[in-house]
Design a protein around this ligand. Structure first.
Ligand code: ADP
Ligand code: MG
Length: 184
């Protein structure tokens, strides 16, 4: 267990959970605005996203204001399975209390995906990501087929730090987007 990661994770999660609902909402919408101005987002047709959990920046604004093909994950054993999802389609509560797509909805394969928006507890200036400690996105991206798809980590600016503690299996993302901008 990486103790540096654990204490930083707890501290940043506490800080995020303490955001007032209206600040969380307006900063999330600003992140969505930044993404709307990002060429990689504009060019992408099929985008893997997430449902906000524990005050992660919500992407709801994108779901209601843009016409893209979306993919949402379902956590099965230690893997993420990706399903097509339309914002009008109902979600179910999955493992960890995260909203997930209907297991019967069609699966997405990497060849169909243009971009991955990755939720994070923190990101650093080198592109390293701190997650909840499950290693789900590290495992996903250890597969070369998923690895070649561009990734943008999504965090509020207070969670964008200079240098995160890392382990050997941590992989960098290609970009980070906060309410203050997207950096590639
Ligand atoms: P997170 O990325 O969610 O912050 P960590 O980087 O601390 O979490 O990783 C959590 C766990 O995931 C580690 O115990 C690690 O062994 C496992 N893990 C990470 N990448 C892989 C991989 N490519 N294959 C198998 N297990 C992995
Ligand atoms: Mg990791």
């Amino acid at each position: 267990m990486n103790c540096d990661k654990t204490s930083l994770r707890n501290q940043l999660l506490q800080q995020r959970q303490a955001l007032l609902a209206e600040v969380w909402r307006s900063q999330s919408d600003q992140i969505c605005d930044q993404l709307l101005a990002c060429p990689q987002f504009m060019a992408a047709q099929t985008i893997l996203v997430y449902q906000s959990h524990r005050q992660e920046p919500t992407l709801d604004y994108l779901f209601t204001h843009t016409h893209k093909q979306w993919g949402l994950p379902r956590s099965v054993d230690k893997e993420l399975l990706w399903h097509h999802w339309k914002p009008s389609e109902a979600l179910v509560i999955g493992k960890y209390g995260i909203l997930e797509p209907d297991p019967a909805s069609p699966l997405l394969t990497p060849d169909l995906v243009d971009l991955i928006l990755v939720p994070a507890v923190a990101m650093d200036a080198r592109g390293y990501r701190l997650g909840y400690g499950g290693g789900y996105y590290d495992r996903l991206r250890s597969n070369p087929q998923w690895r070649k798809i561009p990734t943008i980590g999504i965090v509020f600016d207070f969670s964008y730090v200079e240098t995160l503690p890392t382990d050997l299996w941590d992989l960098t993302l290609d970009a980070v987007c906060t309410e203050l901008g997207c950096r590639l």
